[in-house]
Ligand binder design. Structure first.
Ligand code: FE2
Ligand code: FE2
Length: 460
């Protein structure tokens, strides 16, 4: 059956006219409905979508003009063509003023009726298309804004990871803080939107440290008040870096207030208690815990129990009771998820460092500098996943991958090939040698994480 060009409602009190128009328009692939009066017409309009109404002006009961006004009020997008006798042109003009699209004169010239209906239907089609386009456009603009936002946040995340990877004491700090913060958020049953902002805010909470002078950070001995203030300004600076592009107050608030004390006695603090945004209070707990349990240049890491005792002691003073108690109520596995081992085989130390800085929060990263080392590490350390560069000295990645996949003891370990050349041939070769996945350099931290998490469910 050919596709219908549209639905037309013929409203006329004369059955012979209904039949005449209906027969002619059905022959032109329109779907036709008929009504003998205003009441019937309105019930059809309410029951099904109609594109065009062919409306007789003179009808017993409610006139065509009255019905026209009602249709235009209730269904402004439906096209109305009036049918009127040649002697009644003034009424037809009045109808056009009231929103009718066109009029056709009785007795009908069927060609004129068909052409008026055709134009009316085309007008309606274009209007619908325009409406769709506008709605689509709004959606596209919103999508693009989201894309720009997440690209910017991703770039900031890379910067934080690179900054932390420079210093073995802080490597992986933001990722671990984020994981613990997310676990607290989950326990407090935050909404999906809040969890998303918590994730970004916690990952980027120390972004302001890019503005902190390294000579002050590395200064041996006690800091002066000025120096301490300079370091603590990283919170406000970080928020001001993020806010102009991301325009998300919740993320900016986490960054700005992550060092705030619940009782208001933190450094240069203006707000306290529940005035400090909840997500910032959560990050304050996970940040302090990670700082305490990591080794720093000036002190060793505190044992877990000691750090937890410190959090307990600080509740109501430094820490929010809600976030603090949620944290203390978590199991060890929730706070410190068991870390799977990932082997990164690459002859470029900078690439190994990059991978390490991205993954070390959630995974333990072990390294191999060439294919031979990779094959041995796969055998003896049994990592959960291998990231393998292709061009390496001694034994290249393709050969190493082949050997790992040919060995019964290592063949189940997923291998992801890393390469700078995005070539179909390379991909094919990798797949034939048993590689499970292929990742092209340069990749974003999120791309690497997504690829890894595909194989090893990320600990949350
Ligand atoms: Fe900080
Ligand atoms: Fe921090």
């Amino acid at each position: 059956m050919p596709e219908r060009k549209g639905t037309i409602l013929i409203v006329d009190d004369e059955v012979s006219i209904q039949m005449l128009l209906s027969k002619m328009l059905s022959g032109k692939e329109y779907h036709c409905q008929v009504a003998g009066n205003a009441g019937q017409a309105l019930s059809i309009l309410a029951a099904e979508p109609v594109d065009l109404v062919l409306l007789d002006i003179k009808m017993p009961g409610k006139s065509g003009i009255e019905l026209l006004s009602e249709i235009k009020e209730q269904y402004p997008n439906v096209v109305v063509v009036m049918a009127t006798s040649v002697t009644d042109i003034n009424t037809a003009i009045d109808a056009i003023r009231r929103g009718a699209y066109d009029y056709v004169a009785k007795p009908f010239n069927l060609d004129i009726v068909a052409s008026s209906v055709g134009r009316g239907i085309e007008k309606r089609r274009l209007e619908l298309k325009l409406r769709d386009y506008q709605q689509n456009l709004e959606g596209k603009v919103a999508e693009q804004a989201k894309e720009i936002r997440s690209r910017f946040l991703g770039a900031m995340q890379s910067m934080v990871f690179a900054l932390e990877a420079n210093d073995s004491y802080t490597a992986g700090h933001s990722r671990r803080v984020s994981e613990a913060a997310m676990a607290i958020g989950k326990r407090l049953a935050l909404s999906d939107d809040e969890m998303e902002d918590l994730r970004w805010g916690s990952l980027l909470h120390d972004i302001g440290k890019i503005a902190v002078s390294q000579s002050i950070v590395n200064k041996p001995g006690k800091l002066t008040d000025y120096e301490y203030g300079h370091i603590m300004a990283h919170a406000v600076v970080g928020a001001s870096i993020i806010q102009p592009v991301v325009r998300n107050k919740r993320i900016a608030d986490i960054i700005e207030h992550h060092h705030a004390y619940y009782d208001g006695n933190g450094f240069h603090q203006k707000i306290k208690g529940e005035d400090i945004p909840l997500l910032a209070r959560i990050v304050a707990v996970s940040d302090a815990y990670d700082a305490m349990t990591s080794t720093r240049s000036y002190r060793a890491a505190l044992p877990r129990e000691r750090a937890l005792a410190e959090i307990r002691k600080g509740i109501g003073r430094q820490f929010d009771p809600l976030a603090g108690n949620a944290f203390l109520g978590m199991s060890v596995a929730e706070i410190v998820p068991e870390k799977k081992e990932i082997l990164v085989a690459d002859d470029e130390p900078s690439m190994r460092l990059l991978v390490k800085s991205i993954l070390s929060g959630s995974y333990t990263v072990i390294e191999a500098a060439d294919g031979q080392e990779a094959v041995e590490a796969a055998m003896y350390q049994q990592p959960a996943l291998i990231l393998m560069d292709i061009l390496m000295p001694r034994k290249d990645g393709l050969q190493a991958c082949y050997e790992i996949k040919a060995n019964l003891a290592t063949k189940e370990i997923p291998v992801v090939m890393l390469t700078a050349v995005d070539q179909e041939l390379n991909k094919k070769l990798c797949a034939e040698l048993g590689a499970d996945q292929y990742l092209t350099k340069p990749f974003s931290p999120q791309e690497l994480l997504d690829t890894v998490n595909q194989f090893l469910k990320s600990p949350q």
